[in-house]
Design a protein around this ligand. Sequence first.
Ligand SMILES: Nc1nc2c(ncn2[C@@H]2O[C@H](COP(=O)(O)OP(=O)(O)OP(=O)(O)O)[C@@H](O)[C@H]2O)c(=O)[nH]1
Ligand SMILES: [Mg+2]
Length: 365
Amino acid sequence: MANKSALLITYPIRHVASEAKSLAESAGYSISYTVTQKHLTRSKFGIGKGKADEVRELVKSLKIEFVIFDEILKPTQQYHLAKLCKIDIIDREKLILEIFRLRSNTEESKTQIKLAELHYEAVRIKEKVRLAKRGEQPGFFGLGKYDADVHLLDIKRRISILRKKVLKEEKRKLVQRTGRARSGFPTVSLIGYTSVGKTTLFNFLTGESKLVGIELFTTLSTSSRVVNVDGNKMMFSDTVGFISKLPAYMIDAFRSTLQELVFSNVILLILDISQSYEILRKQLSSSFTVMIHLGVSVAKIIYVFNKVDLVRPDEAMEKYQQLGILNEGNKNYVMISSKTGMNVDVLLDVIKSRVFVNMMKVDRN
Ligand SMILES: Nc1nc2c(ncn2[C@@H]2O[C@H](COP(=O)(O)OP(=O)(O)OP(=O)(O)O)[C@@H](O)[C@H]2O)c(=O)[nH]1
Ligand SMILES: [Mg+2]
């Protein structure tokens, strides 16, 4: 894939800027220039007018093809900035959608992503209609020239067809899950921020060889395998990673994939302990946001600090303590390396005891 030259507008915070760059690269852009700003949510352009003019000049002189804006922009802001710079503005929402689209390789994930894309488009067409009524002529820069109302109706129709498809898949999975529940296998789901090592751990536990990678969002669809752990059969599920500022409708589009979590007996919330405290906090809060949105019980969590092979033990402990995770009597965290297998046996012991406790709780309810 030929890389598209882009100018990145992001926050002046190292880990935030570096994540934005990884996202952009994962979507096939190469960043030719980076502009950092403390505020990216100003009313008209996201950034201030002076900065926006500066960006316009940079775009012209450096022959930039796209501007990547590391915030979720309102359609009006996106429109104003696109009009000023005369090129497409890819905001964080669009960037994530583009990566999802590139990575989707199953029928189900393709449908889910199409649904999210149509939602994104519908919001922008509505804005186009609104701008047109105000006498503006928003008929360019991706907004389309044809009759917006007709287009909007068509999108709504397609959304409703895809929703039905997703719903059908949800039902199919529910039947599958009920069957599984009857067969009595406890289920253990692996969740966490993108790139923390979920699939690497899944592969280690199940002997699978699912794709892992440093790029963001390597996994987009769920894989489940039954594993015999010391005579106890358990079902492990790997799933799509999370990221900060993931709009709720995108979580909803992945609902059938993520619903597995609601029914799991144990949730392994995986964090990358080799990252800074700020990033760990972000990984934790993004995972909580998704879990709360889906209605997953936080009580089922075992915190798994992965990539411990990359840090000194005292450093790892210090970060864990800084996070202030409540540990009410039961050990609810394990430090492991999915790459070397270090402590995975300890993790399995913790899982076994937790599965038993959690299943007892379910039985009593
Ligand atoms: N050093 C080290 N690297 C690891 C470990 N676990 C995973 N990695 C690396 O981290 C990167 C991401 O691993 P994945 O397993 O693809 O992560 P993921 O959480 O499944 O990521 P997504 O599917 O993109 O959300 C890969 O380059 C892995 O080799 C570990 O314990 N130690
Ligand atoms: Mg993965």
